[in-house]
Design a protein around this ligand. Structure first.
Ligand SMILES: [Zn+2]
Ligand SMILES: [Zn+2]
Ligand SMILES: [Zn+2]
Length: 256
């Protein structure tokens, strides 16, 4: 049995939003507290982290994650990578470098922004030990006996990466799903799909758009993530069709 755990279900600011007094930000519903978007795939032996959110340390502590075998990066936006420094603690526990995977844009950007990790710096101090591998769209690769397929996603003006792992796919920060990507998603049973809010947004699906995409793909179970503070978990029953759920931090999703 494979399991994907949602480590963060929130948009780039997290929820609550600093200084906001809206009903969601002040809600006592635990599932309205959202750290920045990230997930981890647990095989029982290995843990594959998806993105290193700025909340990585908190996410690792609250989910008792003591091993990161590899990292898949969706893209290099701050909310998906700025926790990268926390990987050094896993290096210390494991005693080996951590392999990181991403498309050429993502890996290039990460190596540039976090130059202190990848370049020799005098007096650089304790830093993560990472290796990087560039993935290509729709070229599946094997990782710990899992079949991982990178999939192109349109995210506003950028092309970023979603990942299909067996019959599950993790597709966040998406505003348009190209035809080839829809093809590559054929046959999946579980889709983790980004949906920011009810109103349209130039670089993220709205809830309505995400529901339509899920319907087009005919997926049995759809879990909406990367949610903003205008989304109340309490809407789950009234606003979402059968088979569609809101993600929440700590949610565990079993797949094959
Ligand atoms: Zn994001
Ligand atoms: Zn708010
Ligand atoms: Zn983004």
């Amino acid at each position: 049995m494979l399991r994907l755990r949602i480590l963060g279900s929130g948009t780039s600011t997290g929820v609550p939003l600093i200084g906001c007094t809206c009903s969601v930000c002040t809600s006592s519903e635990k599932r309205n507290k959202r750290l920045r978007s990230s997930a981890i795939i647990e095989t029982g032996l290995e843990n594959i982290l998806i993105d290193t959110s700025p909340d990585l340390r908190t996410q690792a502590l609250s989910n008792n994650i003591i091993k990161v075998s590899a990292v898949l990066f969706t893209h290099a936006h701050a909310d998906h990578v700025h926790g990268i420094d926390d990987l050094r603690v896993f290096n210390m526990i494991q005693g080996t470098p951590i392999p990181c995977y991403g498309d050429v844009r993502t890996i290039t950007k990460i190596r540039e922004v976090f130059g202190y990790i990848f370049n020799k710096v005098e007096g650089g101090g304790w830093k993560p030990e990472l290796t990087t591998t560039i993935t290509e769209s729709e070229k599946a690769f094997e990782l710990f006996k899992l079949q991982i397929t990178p999939i192109d996603l349109v995210h506003g003006r950028e092309i970023i990466t979603g990942f299909r792992v067996n019959n599950l796919a993790y597709v966040t920060d998406c505003s348009e799903l190209p035809d080839a990507s829809r093809e590559a998603l054929k046959g999946i049973k579980v889709l983790i799909l980004g949906a920011l809010r009810e109103r349209p947004h130039p670089s993220h699906f709205s809830i309505g758009e995400a529901i339509q995409v899920a319907k087009d793909l005919g997926v049995e179970r759809v879990i909406l993530t990367h949610l903003g503070h205008k989304v109340d978990y309490g809407w789950q029953k009234s606003k979402l069709p059968k088979g569609v759920e809101f993600a929440y931090d700590g949610m565990a999703i079993d797949f094959e």
